[in-house]
Design a binder for this molecule. Structure first.
Ligand SMILES: Cc1ncc(COP(=O)(O)O)c(C=O)c1O
Length: 388
């Protein structure tokens, strides 16, 4: 029997980073040495005290189902950390749900809130999963281009211009993947104010909240109201991508429904990983500080090297670990430039259009790799671009 797929499957998108990684791995298999700028994950090992806590939990038999919302101790560690970082209070019983990553939190929040025909404002270029899920649930993504001239920031004015009576949600991502941009405190306040006035949800993806270089991250949690959902996690801050843990903060009724979705899909987050997450939040934070310092010096390095390439125009990223150079002067589609760099320079980057149509003319490079590799990669890119 042929596959008789649900029609919703045709609306599901993907993350192109994994496709480019597969192409790059194929070339490695053939014996080529590839420099990897395509995948957005920390290259650091998870700090030892976090691993120890997981091992301890396993040894002590903490290997069974937990409450679906996540264990109380972890929810408390999350709200304590939020109080320390942002000076705002949340109820660990009512306002928090822990899930296997930030991604499931985004999925659950959208599934719980969006109906077919609802409009969702998404800045573009953006992390591709937002548009994919919005389409999947039958809602309509309204892509608002963010501009290099405004450092790729989503402005409240642009939001206002695109609000209709069908607008149900605004997605924001600060610090931002793919551009490395950050919203200022006043951007966050103005967007929150517009959304509050109009009764529109804000889904704020803040998974890079701790990886910032210029000024502290201003969280939407500081402007919290019933319409705000903030998603954060452990993947980026603590180099824990493979552990799969994230959380959402939202009003208690939405948390109930997100928890209900979790019960239907995975029952609960992984038990011993939750113990590791407590160690991450309650343990020493100097590991985060030193990773961020290393990202900062890599950012400075990649930015300086890129600025020396004649055809490239680039903005200094303020957060996350991505840089988003404008390569339109080469006159190629960004996907063709991506393929050219892989074939000619043996360097894997992502084309800007992997983040939506407004990424045309740009490339995205992750600088979560060693300085030696950054220097080698940029040398190869520069030489290959000179041949164009
Ligand atoms: C903007 C953004 N949100 C969410 C995620 C997913 O995070 P997690 O590993 O916690 O699911 C990523 C990962 O690349 C990301 O870049």
């Amino acid at each position: 029997m042929g596959l008789k797929l649900a029609s919703s499957m045709s609306r599901l998108g993907t993350e192109t980073a994994f496709e480019v990684l597969a192409l790059a791995r194929e070339m490695e298999y053939k014996g080529f040495n590839i420099v990897h700028f395509e995948i957005g994950e920390p290259d650091f090992d998870t700090p030892g005290h976090i691993k120890d806590a997981a091992i301890e939990a396993l040894k002590s038999g903490f290997t069974h189902y937990t409450p679906s919302q996540g264990i109380r101790e972890l929810r408390e560690a999350i709200t304590d950390k939020i109080r320390d970082d942002y000076g705002v209070d949340f109820d660990p019983n009512r306002n928090v749900v822990v899930m296997p990553g930030a991604k499931p939190c985004i999925f659950a929040a959208m599934l719980a809130l969006l109906d077919s025909g609802d409009e969702v404002i998404i800045p573009s270029p953006a992390y591709p999963i937002y548009e994919s899920i919005v389409n999947f649930v039958g809602a309509k993504p309204i892509l608002i281009p963010v501009h290099e001239g405004e450092e790729f920031r989503l402005t409240a004015d642009a939001v206002v211009e695109n609000i209709t009576d069908r607008t149900k949600m605004i997605v924001v991502n600060t610090p931002c993947n793919p551009t490395g941009s950050m919203l200022s405190a006043s951007d966050v306040k103005s967007i929150a104010e517009v959304a509050r006035e109009k009764g529109i949800y804000i889904l704020a993806d803040e998974v890079y909240s701790k990886i910032v270089f210029e000024y502290p991250h201003y969280s939407f949690l500081k402007e919290f109201d019933d319409n705000i959902i903030v998603v954060d996690g452990f993947s980026k801050t603590y180099a824990m991508t493979g552990w799969r843990l994230g959380y959402a903060i939202a009003n208690s009724s939405l948390i109930e429904y997100m928890t209900k979705l979790q019960i239907n899909i995975v029952s609960c987050p992984v038990a011993f990983v939750q113990k590791a997450a407590i160690a991450a939040l309650r343990g020493p934070q100097d590991c985060v500080k030193s990773m961020v310092e290393e990202y900062r010096s890599r950012r400075d390095l990649i930015y300086d090297l890129m600025r020396k390439i004649d055809g490239i125009r680039v903005i200094k990223p303020k957060g996350a670990f991505y840089i988003f150079p404008n390569v339109s002067s080469y006159g190629l589609k960004s996907i063709d430039l991506m393929k050219y760099l892989l074939a000619e320079a043996k360097v894997a980057v992502l084309h800007g259009t992997a983040f939506g149509q407004h990424g045309e003319g740009y490339l995205r490079l992750s600088y979560a790799l060693s300085k030696e590799m950054i220097v080698e990669g940029l040398k190869r890119i520069s030489e290959a671009l000179e041949k164009l």
